[in-house]
Ligand binder design. Structure first.
Ligand code: ZN
Ligand code: ZN
Length: 210
């Protein structure tokens, strides 16, 4: 009888041990369901609206377009223009200071892309303060695009995609219909239709969807 009780106790202890080890192993996880193509995107793009002027229509258009090429894109909260980037003599913001500021905020494997409606500028050759539509590190973790100088505002996403191309490491491209065409002080977004085959190949190798 005593032996039966002992055996019963051993079985109970064993079941308890198995249950307790299971509960340790069976943690709960939050899964983010990503497709195979999304998994191949090496970097997370953080799209950051900058300043009060940028509205939901502009933000949503940029976000939906960029997501087609870079599914691993997240729309972040609006940020105010940092006062340290303001250039009083021309009443505009320094794009070079902006990308430096965003670069310092970017985490590992992130690219912060600022989008704004205010005028931005940088130093270009002998021009101390030259108005631009965008600026980005090549390659790097930050870029900024402005629609201020753009005639056709609905093409703004092309400026954003161009700057993101730079962050991936692409230089300017001589193909007139390519998104990586150099603006050269003008607005050629009406002629830009897609990435050319050479730029496409480069971006495909960097996890873009094309
Ligand atoms: Zn460029
Ligand atoms: Zn190209």
């Amino acid at each position: 009888m005593k032996q039966t009780v002992r055996l019963f106790l051993i079985i109970v202890i064993l079941i308890a041990a198995v249950k307790s080890s299971n509960s340790t192993i069976a943690c709960s996880y939050n899964y983010q369901v990503l497709s195979l193509r999304e998994l191949s995107s090496p970097k997370r793009i953080i799209l950051h609206p900058l300043g009060n002027g940028i509205n939901k229509v502009i933000i949503d258009k940029c976000y939906s377009q960029i997501k087609k090429y870079l599914p691993n894109t997240i729309l972040a909260d609006r940020l105010m223009m940092p006062a340290s980037t303001y250039y009083k003599p021309r009443n505009r913001y320094r794009a070079d200071s902006l990308i430096k500021w965003m670069s310092a905020r970017a985490k590992k494997n992130e690219v912060i892309m600022g989008i704004t409606t205010v005028d931005i500028s940088t130093t270009k050759g002998k021009h101390k303060d030259w108005g631009v539509m965008g600026l980005a590190y090549k390659p790097g973790n930050a870029g900024v695009a402005s629609n201020y100088r753009l005639k056709n505002k609905s093409a703004f996403w092309k400026i954003v995609i161009h700057e993101l191309g730079h962050t991936a490491g692409l230089p300017h491209c001589p193909v007139k219909t390519c998104f990586m065409r150099d603006a050269e002080g003008g607005d050629h977004t009406g002629e830009e239709k897609e990435f050319c085959s050479k730029c496409k190949k480069f971006l495909l190798n960097n996890g873009w969807l094309l």
